[in-house]
Design a protein around this ligand. Sequence first.
Ligand SMILES: Nc1nc2c(ncn2[C@@H]2O[C@H](COP(=O)(O)OP(=O)(O)OP(=O)(O)O)[C@@H](O)[C@H]2O)c(=O)[nH]1
Ligand SMILES: [Mg+2]
Ligand SMILES: [Zn+2]
Length: 331
Amino acid sequence: MALPSNSILCQLGWSGSEDTGLGRVVSTERGWANVLGLDDARVPQLLKLSQAVGQPVVGDWVLCSKKNPQDNLEVNKILNRTSLLQRRAPGKVLASQPIAANIDIVGIVTSVGKRFNINKIERYVISTLAAEVTPIVIVNKIDKEDPKPYLLELKEAFPTITAIAISAKTGEYLPDFISLLKTRSTVVFVGDSGVGKSTLTNVFVGLEIQPTGLVRDGDAKGRHTTTRRELFITNSEHVIVDTPGMREFGLWNARHGLNTLYQDMVELEAQCKFSDCKHLSEPGCAVKEAISSDSIPAVRLENYRRLSEEIEASHTTGVRVPKDLLRGGRK
Ligand SMILES: Nc1nc2c(ncn2[C@@H]2O[C@H](COP(=O)(O)OP(=O)(O)OP(=O)(O)O)[C@@H](O)[C@H]2O)c(=O)[nH]1
Ligand SMILES: [Mg+2]
Ligand SMILES: [Zn+2]
């Protein structure tokens, strides 16, 4: 039976039929998950994970049940994910860190001023494309500065990616952003600390639900006000996931995303004489030819090569990528 449109599961984005014990993970703790939508309840329930269920991620759809009538409800199944945004876990371990599941849009939030970093934005874009999710770059705080140069830089760097400039503070251009979202779709906000992800979440939810941080003038460092990922239903009938600022963003399982963003390079490579061409000094190298005839800038090859190496290394070795690169610097 289809669910009524005012049911909480519907508001959370569920479009299937009614399912007993179904809910959506709004936040997680070690061994536990906060699940919303069970029995159409408007408040989440903190439930223990049953053994062998695996680790749910915010945004997951889960099935919950009791072993015996007198027991507490437990999460005992994670439904197949339609999408998963992930990065390489920070630190020495060679592992992925899932950020959010079953998302439709990744809102890559940045702001005018010192926090704007095109290389860091590129990392988010590649990872979003790798997850087969649509990225939208959001340049926030346009009440402080004209966003035109930032939008131009984005258009030049990522001609196929949607970018929009807004002010979460004054609400300017927010309706334009909302008009890009399908009803009941799930959007996750990612970006550096202090760019305004929680401020934007509050505007959407219509309540001061997330604490927001003070940013010191003249200092581009954020304070990491948000400390966990959390999912909310908004006034505009969307679902938003707010996340803590990520200082480093390592690529994980992102080859598909890199190849999508650098399709020109992939096509050129296919025309090189040798299939294992490194585009250094091999004869018949289509990439080098394109650079010498100025059809692609040399820096594009450098970036492509560096990101390719990072993706290969992240899968095969524990080699750590220099922090500076993960933070959006370049060699
Ligand atoms: N001028 C201006 N300030 C804004 C805007 N949006 C957010 N801010 C301010 O920027 C500061 C940081 O905002 P937050 O929403 O806490 O940033 P965040 O991205 O959630 O930061 P973390 O939780 O640390 O990752 C706060 O002081 C906000 O009031 C905006 O559009 N214009
Ligand atoms: Mg925040
Ligand atoms: Zn070549």
